[in-house]
Design a protein around this ligand. Structure first.
Ligand SMILES: C[S@@+](CC[C@H](N)C(=O)[O-])C[C@H]1O[C@@H](n2cnc3c(N)ncnc32)[C@H](O)[C@@H]1O
Length: 390
């Protein structure tokens, strides 16, 4: 983050939030963030490079073990990914994909993949003894561990057990209490976790002397699953189906810096994922830009609902209906929205200034479902879907 342009403020009762120190005009870039980890969506695993997340490759390269779970745009990417992550993950991925056979959908496999990647990266950071600030930031993000429904908690428990097995079999080589305990830092949130039938699972699957350390590790992995569920960012694209079809989610990642930015139902920031290396941006970065002018001292916010707003039919609801927005934010993110728009709106009285802003940002080409984002030249706006300049 450009530390001069923005400042993170902490206020008791309000938590952390970010304010602008400089003026920004519509289309100005606010931040460009790199992921802590990023994985392709399983649905598009053969169209998105597992290493660099480039879309629609012409040549597909398989992983060296032909696991059919990871494809690459080049041999170079295969090699890099093997060294970084895949040598640990390859032989365990089959178990992750078996979640489908247990009745879980692709979505569940996707977030299990993402948490697996966080754990692998954590292992790499620990073994290289790098002081990794980003992991500390991931770990400090809200987990809301006690707020998920019983059904969701059961699902998280199943994933946490699988991934704890992954840590113990593929990542922690010294099976001592000490090494298991330091793998993930302590967290107060583990007090909110209750794992059913731990002993049975431990005796059936783990069979070691480190029962207590394993229990604590399992609780911490459960927390990480919750953190991922609340904080993951989804990347969408028009490249797969064209500009008149709804965009598809092709990757998901964790961007620790995003955890400092609050939600607003009338956001002054929007984001797009970088899909080709361009200027100073690299594939997989996420770029936040100003949707309207921002003055020094203004809080900067984006919409946590923007993913829903891209689904057919949902956009109008999200734009217009305060009740629906509030319901969704409570259900998925566990807070009562107190943004300026929600404070000014009631059910009878909707905020038309936001609808006007939305109209400005929507592509004007008929049939196109895209939105304007900053163009390469840094001066104009360009439709993310059909590339029309404005
Ligand atoms: C990603 S964090 C944002 C930073 C957060 N304020 C903090 O101190 O860590 C998301 C959390 O911030 C709070 N939050 C974000 N936007 C909000 C809003 N519009 N109204 C009320 N609370 C909000 C909620 O507690 C939410 O779970």
């Amino acid at each position: 983050m450009d530390s001069n342009k923005f400042e993170i403020i902490f206020k008791e009762g309000r938590g952390r939030y970010m304010i602008a120190n400089e003026e920004l005009s519509q289309g100005d870039i606010a931040f460009v963030w790199k992921p802590y980890v990023l994985v392709p969506y399983v649905t598009y695993k053969d169209q998105v490079c597992a290493n660099c997340i480039l879309i629609s490759m012409k040549a597909k390269h398989e992983c060296r073990n032909n696991c059919h779970r990871a494809y690459y745009c080049s041999r170079y990417c295969e090699e890099q990914h093997w060294n970084e992550y895949h040598q640990y993950e390859c032989s365990f991925l089959e178990k992750i994909f078996q979640l489908e056979r247990l009745g879980y959908n692709d979505e569940v496999v996707n977030y299990a993949r993402l948490v697996m990647r966080i754990l692998t990266r954590r292992f790499k950071d620990l073994s290289q003894k790098s002081k990794c600030m980003s992991f500390d930031e991931v770990w400090l993000s809200s987990s809301h561990a006690d707020k998920f429904s019983k059904e969701k908690a059961k699902e998280f428990e199943c994933i946490a057990k699988l991934l704890t097995e992954y840590v113990l079999t593929k990542l922690v080589y010294e099976k001592s209490n000490d090494s298991i305990e330091v793998f993930l830092p302590d967290s107060e949130d583990t007090k909110k976790v209750h794992i059913d039938d731990f002993d049975q699972w431990f005796d059936d699957r783990i069979q070691s002397n480190e029962r207590n350390a394993t229990k604590v590790l399992l609780e911490k992995v459960f927390i990480l699953v919750c953190i991922e569920e609340v904080n993951a960012l989804f990347h969408i694209t028009f490249k797969l189906d064209g500009y008149s079809a709804p965009p598809q989610t092709y990757a998901m990642g964790i961007y620790p810096s995003a955890a400092f930015v609050n939600h607003s139902c009338s956001p002054n920031l929007a984001r797009f994922p970088v899909q080709d290396d361009r200027n100073d941006f690299h594939v997989g970065d996420v770029v936040y830009f100003a949707t309207r002018s921002i003055k020094p001292g203004d809080e900067v916010c984006y919409s946590y609902l923007e993913r829903d707003a891209t689904l057919p039919g949902n956009r109008q609801e999200m734009i217009q209906c305060q009740l629906k927005r509030k319901e969704k934010l409570k259900e998925e993110f566990f807070f009562d929205c107190d943004c300026v728009r929600c404070q000014n709106e009631s059910n009878e009285n909707s905020d038309s200034s936001y609808e006007t802003l939305i109209e400005q940002l929507k592509c004007k080409r008929s049939e196109c479902k895209g939105w304007f984002i900053p163009a390469l030249n840094g001066k104009q706006m360009m439709c993310e879907a059909c590339q029309m300049l404005r």
